[in-house]
Design a protein around this ligand. Sequence first.
Ligand SMILES: Nc1ncnc2c1ncn2[C@@H]1O[C@H](COP(=O)(O)OP(=O)(O)OP(=O)(O)O)[C@@H](O)[C@H]1O
Ligand SMILES: [Mg+2]
Length: 343
Amino acid sequence: MRAQELAGKKGVRILAIESSCDETAASVVEDGRRVISHAMYSQIKIHEKYGGVVPEIASRKHIEKLPYVVEEALSAAGMTIADADALAVTYGPGLVGALLTGVSYAKAAAYAAKKPLIAVNHIEGHIAANYITYPELEPPFVCLVVSGGHTEIVVTEDYGKYRLLGTTRDDAAGEAFDKVARVLGLNYPGGPNLERLAKDGDKDKYALPKSFRGETHLDFSFSGIKTAVINLVHGMEQRGEEFSPADVAASFQKTVTEELIKNTMIAAEREGIKKIAIAGGVSANGALRTLAAKEAEKRGFDLFIPKFEYCTDNAAMIGAAAYYSLKNGAAPLDLNAEPSLEL
Ligand SMILES: Nc1ncnc2c1ncn2[C@@H]1O[C@H](COP(=O)(O)OP(=O)(O)OP(=O)(O)O)[C@@H](O)[C@H]1O
Ligand SMILES: [Mg+2]
């Protein structure tokens, strides 16, 4: 069946593929809301020793693992590719080589199986992770997208229709977590390791800079706090001062999460929208989740945050977003990777 004919139908099963960074993932999702199966090969262990993702290694691993991961997702769903109604793939944003492996694989598989291929924006996928966790969630809602490469506040006005309210002017929040974690001697990926360290720390020990005091826009900046932490740590080390890395981690995490949630609450108040969602890898952060819950409750907002396993990169979120893109039709077979694709 053609993609447009599947739009809005019930019982539509999409086989989705995600390979934009260092997770090789495949999933079968029904009607954009129900995960039938989910398979993933994480490359974290491979990239850990380099302190970050090495793009060439990531691409080569995707090529090696994709066929197995797709097979695992299909067999866990009790299906073959012939039983899928459509295929979906992340075509951007992300690492160009990594994206190309998934796009090439998906184009070939869709062509061979005579299925429509849906091209999915990875960030739209992160937002759609909320549809899996909350089958009742419908637009409009305000969404804070916080990941390794993005920090944005958007209004999801309708499925596939977004309006940008604020964005980072420099580093993404996840990137700042990763860089600060590195200065504190933690392994990649820094975010979860920094969170673990921060648990035993005093979050009020260090006053760190916040961004744009006195201005009315909803943009973010995290390079100032990142530099402040680097200078703080290096200064204490050079002076031979004893300090607790846990206190630094906790103070950094508190400052960043407060900035993120403050702007998000202002955005929802200004827009008069009472539903707030959070999406992307940093939404796995416990301090962020707790603060968001507290501030949302205070204002009578409903809060939506994906289940932990759907916060960071995964293919289920791509399958969810793809269902709502069916109406736009299938991607052409000359579909290319778009590393800088925007929402
Ligand atoms: N518990 C956590 N606390 C803070 N940050 C976290 C946590 N878990 C993951 N992160 C951060 O989330 C980021 C990874 O998220 P994600 O996989 O969504 O990013 P990405 O796919 O690399 O980037 P993008 O989605 O913008 O293309 C990393 O920067 C990581 O450190
Ligand atoms: Mg991501």
